[in-house]
Design a protein around this ligand. Structure first.
Ligand SMILES: [Mn+2]
Length: 366
């Protein structure tokens, strides 16, 4: 049974009004960002945290964060929605293809839940030969972990909100959705749907909705009632872990907080925004190197022809044509005294973030 054959499990919890609710997603096994965010918002046992999927994989500490979230569940202040990267209990029910792909996936990622579990069991995770024997060992040694993962709902619904990892389709009842429909969907916000309840999703990094500007802050669409919160923690160097803040589960007074680890400094002089910019992103990052320099290289984005200087260390291969790390030439509009977080310090200036937006600042900092 694949993701699109399984029917979704919907949770409708009773959440007492007046309790503060925090909603995050796509932590991707990044415990420093997770703790940084919880510290920043002053998370305590009186609050309720809703994790909107994908707390596992890609980052370095999948097994540790799984156990941490299980402990939070026992204390009763977290509700976790399943993301496509958390569906590991399916290895015991889904037949065939997944099992055969498992060794390849582990070698490629060199991290993740099964990687961490293999290490704890004394297997060499990069050279898994007997996958069925390994799966049997997982079931024997990690029954609580897999029971927890199997118990996760694929959507949580309240009077005013629906929390699902990737998508909700307005033309059918929530329980008629398959697991795959709720957990996988690229660019859900671009599908144009509107909802009566607030639909809160993660999964698709919000900056990918921008053409020329990189903004990691949540998209809160008050007309269509869609909120997209994945700030691309782990996935993008300048990403952040976002969370919505609801004073109460029955409130429309929605604000947000974000955590990233970059040092905060203040700009000394005003700067005007660039009138033209582009954002080269993963999946569409083929560039032609016109002049390769020590620190910066002049590059032409192959699909659009847009030219910009890119940090040479962002270029993946040494040849004339290469893919590159996500980057932009956007120059941020700033006022003297503005706080910025510094992502890169270069001989030309600083690559910084200001209110969630990434771009260049060419003046001095204090
Ligand atoms: Mn996802």
């Amino acid at each position: 049974m694949g993701m699109y054959d399984r029917q979704a499990h919907i949770l409708r919890p009773a959440i007492e009004p007046g309790r503060r609710v925090l909603v995050t997603s796509d932590i991707h096994a990044n415990r420093p960002y997770f703790h940084g965010l919880l510290d920043k918002v002053g998370f305590c046992d009186d609050d309720l945290l809703i994790i909107d999927g994908d707390f596992l994989e890609k980052g370095r500490e999948s097994l540790a964060i799984l156990r941490e979230i299980m402990a939070m569940h026992r204390r009763g202040n977290v509700i976790t929605v399943m993301g496509n990267c958390d569906d590991w209990a399916a290895i015991f029910t889904d037949s065939g293809p997944w099992l055969d792909r498992m060794p390849h996936y582990m070698r490629w990622r060199k991290s993740g839940l099964l990687w961490d579990m293999a290490l704890e069991l004394g297997y060499d995770p990069a050279n898994l030969t007997d996958v069925r024997g390994f799966r049997r060992a997982l079931g024997e040694h990690f029954p609580d972990e897999f029971a927890f993962l199997a118990s996760l709902p694929q959507a949580v619904e309240t009077e005013k909100f629906i929390f699902a990892h990737a998508a909700v389709y307005p033309d059918k009842p929530l329980e008629a959705h398959t697991v795959g429909e709720l957990l996988r969907c690229d660019a859900f916000y671009n599908l144009g749907y509107s909802f009566d309840k607030w639909v809160v999703v993660g999964h698709y990094p919000v900056m990918l909705y921008g053409e020329s500007i990189v903004c990691a802050n949540p998209i809160i669409d008050r007309e269509r009632h869609i909120i997209s919160i994945d700030g691309a923690c782990v996935l993008k160097d300048d990403g952040q872990l976002n969370c919505l803040i609801l004073p109460s589960i029955d409130s429309d007074d929605i604000s947000f907080a974000a955590y990233d680890p970059f040092p905060v400094r203040h700009v000394k002089s005003d700067q005007a925004a660039s009138t033209r910019s582009y954002y080269i992103r993963w999946g569409d990052s083929r560039v032609q190197v016109l002049r390769r320099g020590e620190e910066f290289s002049r590059c032409r984005h192959v699909r659009t022809g847009y030219e910009m200087d890119i940090l040479t260390k962002y270029l993946f291969e040494p040849g004339e044509f290469t893919d590159c790390n996500d980057c932009t030439d956007y120059v941020l509009p700033l006022k003297a005294g503005d706080a910025v977080s510094v992502v890169e310090e270069t001989s030309r200036g600083y690559f910084v973030k200001h209110e969630g937006v990434s771009g260049w600042y060419f003046g001095e900092l204090e």
